[in-house]
Ligand binder design. Structure first.
Ligand code: ZN
Length: 237
């Protein structure tokens, strides 16, 4: 079994102004966890910002093979101590999948190490055409040469990230932008994947190709156990 934790800020979920609930009545985290649970080899739980330690205790992280991260307006409210803890687990081999506006999270910034990790964006629900540019990559398994998401927020270059170790998808939008929308990195023993779709007022997490990519990414990011490097002064072999 691959043990997945889906983290969502899910801030103020009972407010009528919470736009996410109109599309995802149980929240984005439950929508993602529920399609992952349809896969008998995945065990998915959820965690949210307002839980003690944001639901990401040492115990939860020890039992998480792959962590998914969605956030938008509360990145600054995530405690540094929790970010440090998540970072330590990623370097030891926990996978991380960062979705959409999760690009602005503290954990993604810490892993990327660039100045802003920012991008160009406009919110008008245009078509999002996702081109598969590495068809042999495991995250592209089962996809055609491209797929369309009828309405998404537009993300565009420049995306202030280090050059990805593997680039799986590039998105195109009718307003002319292109965007590196599926990016892989390795940090320590951990595998990290960023995937662009997933604006909170649009139903992209119900899209079967988006679901397939996230499912594939969970498998790609999974490592059966944590690792540790041997460094420092050692006996001559
Ligand atoms: Zn958005």
């Amino acid at each position: 079994m691959i043990r997945v934790t889906v983290w969502n800020e899910f801030y103020n979920p009972h407010s009528p102004t919470q736009p996410e609930l109109a599309v995802y009545p149980e929240g984005i985290h439950e929508a993602i966890a529920s399609f992952l649970r349809a896969d008998p080899s995945i065990e998915a739980r959820t965690a949210t910002l307002m839980q003690p330690e944001h639901g990401l205790t040492e115990e939860v992280l020890e039992q998480t093979d792959v962590l998914l991260w969605w956030g938008h307006i509360t990145h600054h409210m995530v405690a540094d101590e929790v970010v440090e803890r998540v970072h330590k687990h990623i370097l030891a081999g926990m996978g991380l999948i960062v979705l959409h506006s999760g690009h602005a999270s503290k954990i993604f910034h810490k892993l990327m190490g660039t100045r802003t990790v920012d991008l160009r964006w406009h919110e008008d629900g245009l078509l999002n055409r996702v081109w598969v540019i590495d068809p042999a990559h495991p995250i592209a398994e089962g996809l055609d040469d491209h797929f369309d998401i009828p309405h998404e927020e537009t993300y565009g270059e420049h995306f202030d990230i280090p050059t990805p170790d593997q680039l799986v998808f590039v998105s195109w939008f009718p307003s002319g932008e292109v965007f590196r929308s599926g990016c892989c990195w390795h940090r320590g023993f951990g595998r990290i994947f960023f995937f662009q779709p997933g604006h909170e007022t649009l139903p992209s997490f119900y899209n079967e190709n988006v679901q397939r990519v996230i499912n594939n990414a969970v498998r790609w990011a999974y490592r059966p156990k944590r690792g540790a490097y041997i460094t420092g002064e050692t006996k001559a072999l």
